[in-house]
Design a protein around this ligand. Structure first.
Ligand code: AMP
Length: 426
């Protein structure tokens, strides 16, 4: 009986993990440089948290949640996104007590029972940032700027921000009646899902990827024309701010977040070279969310980006990235039973200077050297019974294939001397 990984999940192997670590490290560094502090919340939460915050009419809640009962019959859900848990933790830990906006970021796996396809997984990673407490359009601009800086720092150029305003619930209600009337006229053209959404969440038609629905969407009235004066002013300020910071953007009236809690700014960041699934992530303002989660009325804005998507985008570029750094720079090769613990001791000493691995396979020297050559390591130290008896080891420069016998006590110096010679020889 062989076990297999679950559909829509991935094993990240060491060579790949190096790239993940690199991306994660750089992203964290940008987030921290903007004053965002990491928040780590549990992977599962009470189901109702997501129903209330993500919204009962969304695909995520209707079809994609990993929901289960624990042993006491409580309904729990593996988090499908990050914002809800951050807002829950913000309230539970009284993070709103401090004056000014609270700036938080998260990084970790999310779970959605999606149909697996290229770029879509059931377990995937997101990085996200939330600024909770400021109603100012400049806060929206900071969030977009942060996301762009974080992605650009990885070497992704030619990013495009698509931005829209979804107004506030009042502007949206007026618009939704216009939209519903228009959709009812086109009902027969829509897919079954969209037909079902007309009464509950008509804005979601703009998110549908069905070609006929997209054709209908292109003819529908857009929300932009129905914003109240305040929402219009907010939107104009955001656009002005993006212009002043020279962030490439364009207005896209079809970006919607069809939920009451989402207000005003909605945006996506695209990497056009990715084709159909070009969105690396997105976000927006959610002035009603903290209240919907049981807290006081508190404005907020945030973004989230998919790590797998970002890694895929990086693969499409020529950007300089670490190919591998799991490779040990030094290998210690013990020959014979008596030398293995000595090898572990020598490796301890060498690790102050370089990544060091001991070959404990028990194979012949020839076989060990073959493996080491393939690993891309720089130096091997060979510990044979005879040499050890005379207090010596063999230090081999793997780049040129030459070796020298040195006293055991000088082994570390001999290795570091080799490591410090530039590649391509002494
Ligand atoms: P969302 O939370 O749906 O706005 O998604 C934000 C970003 O997360 C998307 O642009 C993707 O980069 C990523 N993402 C969302 N769902 C998935 C998934 N099922 N598999 C991989 N990445 C995803």
């Amino acid at each position: 009986m062989r076990f297999k990984r679950q559909r829509g999940t991935q094993d990240v192997l060491p060579e790949q993990a190096v790239r993940w670590q690199w991306v994660e490290r750089r992203m964290r560094s940008t987030l921290q440089s903007y004053g965002y502090g990491e928040i780590r919340t549990p992977l599962f939460e009470e189901t109702q948290l997501f129903v209330r915050s993500v919204g009962s009419a969304t695909d995520i809640v209707q079809k994609e949640m990993y929901t289960f009962e624990d042993r006491k019959g409580r309904s729990l859900t593996l988090r499908p996104e990050g914002t809800a848990a951050v807002v829950r933790a913000y309230l539970e830990n009284h993070l709103g007590r401090e004056a000014g906006a609270r700036r938080l970021y998260y990084y970790g796996p999310m779970y959605r029972y999606d149909r697996p396809q290229a770029g879509r997984y059931r377990e995937f990673f997101q990085v996200g940032a939330e600024a909770i407490g400021s109603p100012e359009p400049a806060q929206d601009v900071e969030i977009i700027d942060l996301m762009m800086t974080m992605l650009r720092d990885l070497g992704l150029d030619e990013l495009q921000v698509e931005v829209n305003s979804v107004g506030h619930p009042e502007c949206r209600r007026a618009y939704e009646s216009v939209l519903t009337a228009a959709l009812e006229r086109e009902q027969s053209e829509l897919c079954a899902t969209c037909q079902g959404r007309i009464p509950s969440n008509p804005l979601r038609v703009f998110d549908c990827k069905n070609e006929r629905c997209m054709a209908v969407a292109a003819r529908l009235p857009v929300l932009r024309g129905h914003l109240c004066a305040d929402c219009e002013r907010h939107h104009a300020s955001v656009l002005r701010g993006l212009g002043q910071l020279r962030i490439p953007h364009r207005e896209n009236p079809y970006i919607v977040r069809g939920l009451d809690y989402y207000t005003r700014t909605a945006f996506e960041v695209h990497y056009p070279q990715l084709g159909a699934q070009s969105a690396l992530g997105g976000g927006g303002r959610y002035d009603g969310l903290v209240e919907a989660c049981g807290g006081p009325a508190t404005p907020g804005v945030g973004f989230s980006a998919g790590i797998e998507r970002v890694l895929y985008a990086l693969e499409q570029t020529q950007t300089e990235r670490p190919a591998r750094d799991t490779t040990a720079a030094v290998w210690v090769l013990p020959l014979g039973d008596a030398t293995r613990v000595d090898a572990l001791q020598l490796a301890r000493e060498l690790r102050t200077h370089a990544h060091t691995t001991v070959d404990l396979s028990g194979r012949s020297l020839k076989a060990q050297l073959r493996g080491v050559d393939r690993s891309g390591a720089r130096v091997a130290v060979i510990l044979g019974d005879d040499e050890l008896a005379s207090g010596e080891v063999m230090v081999r420069d793997l780049r040129v294939g030459e070796q020298q016998r040195v006293p055991r006590r000088d082994a570390v110096d001999a290795v570091t001397a080799l490591l410090s010679t530039p590649e391509g020889g002494a």
